[in-house]
Structures are given as C-alpha cells and as structure tokens.
Design a protein around this ligand. Structure first.
Ligand code: SUD
Ligand code: ADP
Length: 287
C-alpha cells in the first residue's frame, strides 16, 4: 500500500517572544498560516519493520536526523506497529529557511502513516505527538491559520486571511533557529500587537494585516545577515504591500493584494536572489 501527502510551508504573520522559560524555550505568540509551496511525501508500507528515508535534495539528512524519520519512528513505537515504511521526500521548500519544511514533512508523515497503518488517531493526538519532534510540528498537523502559544505547540484555529499573493525570497544562507533564539534580547525588543493582527484577519482587512506584520526575531537575524535586510528593502521598493521575515529567517515574504503588481515584485527580486517564489495563501476551504 502507498500514499502521498502534501507538506506545505508556513509563514509567520507575526511572531512575538514573551519571555525565556526555565526549560530554555521561549514563550511565544505567533500567527501562522500555510502557503501553497509544498514538499511531497510518498509513503510505501513495508513488512520488514524498517523505516527508510530518501530525499530528492542530497544535503538533507536521510537517517534518524530527518524529522519525517522521527515522526515515523515515534508513531511506530507509540502505537506498537510491527510494519515498516519507506519514505520518499520530494523537496521544494528551501531548507533551514524559516518556512518549517522539516516540521511540515514530519506532520505529513504522521498524517499519512495514520491512514496507511490504519491507526485511527485524531488530529489532536497527532499534533500532541508532533510537539515532541519540534515546536512547529503541531501547527503543521492542523494547517490553516492559527494563533500558536506556549513554545509554539498550543494551537487555536482562527479565520483565514483574505486571499492575496505571497512572494518568498530566500538569500543563499541557512539560519539556525536555536542560535537566533539564543541571541534574542527578549526584554529589550518591541513586541508585536498579536490581538490587532487577529482582529485584522477576522475583519478580512488586508491593510490591517500589512500594518501589524511584526517579528521580534528580525532584531537578531537582520543584524547577523545584512543580506536579509537588503531583501526586505528591495521588496518594499518593488511595491509589496507588506513585508516581513518568516520565523527565524532568512526567508522574507511580501504580501501583494493585486496580481498586476505581483510580476513587478517577483521579477525585481529575481535580480537579487535565486530562490524566489510567487505563491498563494492556503485558505482553510482549500485544504
Ligand atoms: C522560529 C519558528 C517560528 O515558527 O520557526 P522556524 O524559523 O524554525 O521555521 C519556530 O518557533 C521554531 O520551531 P522549530 O523549528 O520546530 O524549533 P524547535 O526544534 O522546537 O527548537 C529549536 C531551538 O529553538 C529554540 N526555541 C524554539 C522554540 C521556542 N518557542 N523557543 C526557543 O527558544 C530552542 O533553543 C530550541 O532548542
Ligand atoms: N525533512 C526535512 N526537510 C528539511 N530539513 C530537515 C528535514 N529533516 C531534518 N532536517 C534538518 O532540519 C534543519 C531545519 O530545517 P527546516 O525545517 O527546513 O528549517 P526551519 O526550521 O528554518 O523552517 C535543517 O538543518 C535540516 O538538516
């Protein structure tokens, strides 16, 4: 038996860190949403009890370090599954980019294997398991648009933002999330107005969303990597309506309401940056 699952990328419309906790993680408030740039996960059930991973991109680990491997391993152990699985990942989401590619691969693997191994687990149970793999995995299990709190694993669904285009631009660097959080001066940053962002989304106010884009991790990553700051500036110059770095970076996204302006922003960015994508937000009704 086989199954294929899509693993979409996420962006953070806002990302606030409230305080550093005793366990080393930060208490966060994030508004997260999915975009239609996705990896593809092909799962093939095997009877040898083994988990194997192959990836289309050579530089992504294909062993226990792969988050999809960890998802399969956790599910197998918790549900006492004797069967095995061969996992093939077709990567389209840039790696270590702030787009949760690995987390989404893990979430898609949990959901696909729940079907393939006929485990009957609920989304809540899968999301709880996902949180053991990484802070972003729970959100990726649910998808849609959500407020994420705790260390990012407590998920409350909210309405989808109004339809718009999203330009993603990633400079040729990878960013370590752990390193960025380590350097964050949580008591000195200007905080996001998360409730204003939620209100703008509930009211379907595109300008309200653009006005409330805020990511406290920019204070670290833009300082470390001036090329990220440069991409932000170029995106604003080419006419994106709202611009922000996603997650710990280095990907910058620009929101564009009208298609007529999309090509100008996309083509302008292509001159600066190799990895540029024009995608749409995934609305809850699309998935
Ligand atoms: C910053 C965000 C925003 O969506 O995304 P990315 O930039 O990774 O896409 C996430 O919070 C990343 O989630 P994820 O990539 O799953 O991180 P994890 O593996 O759980 O954590 C990696 C490391 O980041 C730090 N960390 C992570 C989450 C958090 N709330 N506080 C932290 O301080 C910890 O040092 C942790 O060891
Ligand atoms: N399935 C996977 N896809 C991408 N990266 C993975 C995967 N599994 C493990 N990783 C590792 O996780 C790290 C973070 O990758 P990724 O999830 O793409 O970034 P981010 O956390 O910035 O969104 C990378 O250094 C990569 O080696």
């Amino acid at each position: 038996m086989k199954c294929s699952v899509k693993a979409p990328a996420k962006i953070n419309l806002s990302l606030d860190a409230i305080k550093k906790r005793d366990d080393g993680f930060h208490e966060v408030e994030m508004i997260m949403t999915m975009v239609d740039l996705a990896d593809r996960i092909d799962l093939t059930d095997t009877d040898d009890g083994r988990i194997t991973v192959d990836v289309s991109e050579g530089f992504v680990p294909n062993d226990h370090r792969n988050l999809a491997y960890q998802a399969a391993s956790l599910l197998k152990e918790r549900c006492n599954v004797k069967r095995g699985v061969s996992i093939y990942i077709t990567k389209r989401i840039p790696v270590a980019a702030g787009l949760a590619g690995g987390s989404s691969d893990a979430a898609a693997t949990l959901k696909g294997l729940n079907q393939l191994w006929d485990l009957g687990l609920s989304l809540d149970e899968l999301a709880e398991m996902g949180a053991e793999i990484g802070s972003d995995v729970s959100f990726c299990v649910y998808g849609g648009t959500a407020l994420a709190t705790g260390r990012g694993e407590i998920i409350k669904a909210i309405s989808s933002p109004p339809p718009c285009w999203v330009i993603l631009a990633k400079p040729p660097i990878g960013v370590s999330t752990a390193e960025v959080y380590k350097r964050l001066k949580v008591n000195e940053v200007e905080h996001a107005n998360t409730s204003a962002m939620i209100k703008a989304i509930e009211e379907q106010s595109f300008s309200g969303i653009c006005n409330n884009l805020h990511n406290v991790l920019e204070t670290v990553t833009l300082d470390l990597y001036p090329e990220v700051k440069n991409i932000k500036e170029q995106m604003i110059r080419f006419g994106a309506d709202g611009v922000l770095m996603s997650g710990s970076g280095p990907t910058v996204f620009g929101l564009v309401e009208h298609e007529s302006r999309l090509h100008r922003v996309y083509n302008g960015l292509r001159g600066f940056c190799q990895d540029v994508f024009a995608v749409r937000l995934i609305r809850s009704t699309d998935s």
